[in-house]
Design a protein around this ligand. Structure first.
Ligand code: SF4
Length: 433
């Protein structure tokens, strides 16, 4: 059963008599267990739905939906399937106390993988789920593979009961499901021969595997479970050699690169990040694969839209991994706008200095970077550090932080988004704050 959370006025659901709290029980006689059942079983123009109203009344409605008409229902959020693994490198295991509550939820849910691109290990997927994935065509899925040799995968997921991922993926592939895979590489565990075996297994699944990302393990000072080595420059270079060897084969045989190193891998290896064409349609950008190159592209493509901002002083706060890449970008912005940009590099006070990603900076880091400064007209901080409710990882609201400074502070994804919004040449940023 799934419960209705809200009903849009004037839409079919409201006309039928659905209200907040209506329980959606069956469609065409099949039980509704979650949003996927509802979405897929009501996709036809006609269906029969059994409901139970908040007053206890039970009804069966035959629904005829005109083409394109919406039911206008918002459903209560699903109960998230929790992760049964205990990876040593788990980011959530490595979170300190006192952060946003939702951060501590270890989801491992193929439904969220399909709906939102969250990575899932498929460790908790049963036969019934596999049949459902195939029936509902939940494709592509985003799968944390880590390793295909079963023993290595048990070690990586720290779970002796994980199913055989090759068997699972083969079964799903034969049902027409495709995947994007990721492998978090732990030195000495799933690099070397295990990595070769894993890439070979994934390659042998053919078109079912759309892309594979290799991501170096990242640990924080709170990663109390982690016993492995950290990824250093040499290990990163060796991994990039593997990426290049496989991408050469993939380019020759299937016309795309197929395997990608994450941005972090290039940064650790101290090698230049590839150009945009390397990433094709950026299949794993949300996973930090090509995000920096995409940023450069967006900055380059947006320069002509920027107003002149002569005399303005603009602070740009970022993390230590992005810092070396910033000067050329800021120089271009300065050249085009006439503003002067000052780069402020913030260390992560919450996770420690080994956590270098700008998106994991917390309010205190921005406070330290900008405190005592009164000479800026504007400060830009990474938008990725704030969630959709405007809250940093440390549960501080962006609005509260912004109030502490005498100049406007804006979250920005690519500088252009904020700078092009400056309403008129020479006007004050304060007017837009
Ligand atoms: S699969 Fe591993 S890394 Fe992912 S949430 Fe579970 S324990 Fe954490």
């Amino acid at each position: 059963m799934v419960r209705v959370a809200a009903v849009e006025d004037g839409q079919l659901g409201a006309t039928l008599g659905m209200v907040r709290g209506t329980e959606l029980r069956t469609v065409n006689g099949r039980a509704i267990e979650d949003f996927l059942d509802w979405e897929f079983l009501t996709a036809d123009e006609e269906f029969t739905v059994e409901v139970r109203q908040p007053d206890g009344g039970e009804h069966t409605w035959h629904v005829v939906r005109p083409e394109g008409a919406s039911l206008g229902l918002e459903l209560e959020p699903p109960t998230i399937r929790r992760c049964a693994n205990r990876c040593e490198f788990c980011f959530i295991e490595g979170l300190p106390k006192g952060l946003r509550k939702s951060l501590y939820i270890r989801d491992d849910d193929y439904r969220l993988s399909f709906a939102y691109g969250n990575f899932a290990t498929l460790s908790n997927v049963k036969e019934r789920d596999i049949a459902r994935i195939i029936e509902y065509r939940l494709s592509p899925l985003y799968v944390s593979v880590h390793a295909t040799p079963w023993d290595a995968r048990k070690v990586l997921l720290n779970n002796p009961r994980v199913p055989n991922i090759v068997e699972q993926l083969t079964r799903l592939a034969s049902g027409g499901i495709q995947f994007h895979g990721q492998m978090v590489i732990v030195p000495g565990v799933n690099d070397g021969a295990v990595l070769e075996a894993s890439l070979t297994d994934l390659w042998n699944l053919g078109e079912a595997v759309i892309s594979v990302a290799l991501v170096p393990v990242g640990v924080t000072q709170f990663s109390h479970l982690y016993t492995g080595a950290s990824m250093d420059r040499e290990a990163s270079r060796t991994l990039l050699d593997t990426v290049r060897r496989w991408e050469t084969q993939a380019l020759a045989e299937r016309g795309d690169r197929w395997v990608f190193g994450s941005d972090e891998l290039y940064l650790l290896a101290e090698e230049s990040l590839p150009e945009a064409e390397h990433y094709g349609d950026f299949p794993q950008i949300e996973n930090g694969v090509g995000a920096v190159t995409s940023l450069r592209e967006r900055v380059g493509g947006g320069l002509e839209r920027l107003p002149r901002l002569d005399g303005k002083r603009i602070a740009v706060v970022t993390g230590t991994s992005m810092a070396p890449l910033m000067p050329p970008l800021l120089a271009r912005l300065s050249e085009v706008t006439g503003a002067s940009f000052e780069l402020l590099v913030a260390e992560n006070s919450l996770f420690g200095s080994t956590t270098t990603t700008a998106g994991l900076l917390v309010s205190d880091d921005f406070r330290r970077a900008l405190s005592g400064r009164t000479d800026f007209d504007l400060a830009l901080i990474p938008a990725e550090s704030i969630n959709e409710n405007g809250v940093f990882l440390d549960d501080t609201s962006f609005v509260a932080l912004r109030e502490e400074f005498p100049f406007p502070v804006f979250p920005s994804y690519d500088f252009i988004d904020v700078l092009e919004a400056e309403p008129a040449v020479g006007s004050s940023f304060r007017s837009a704050a």
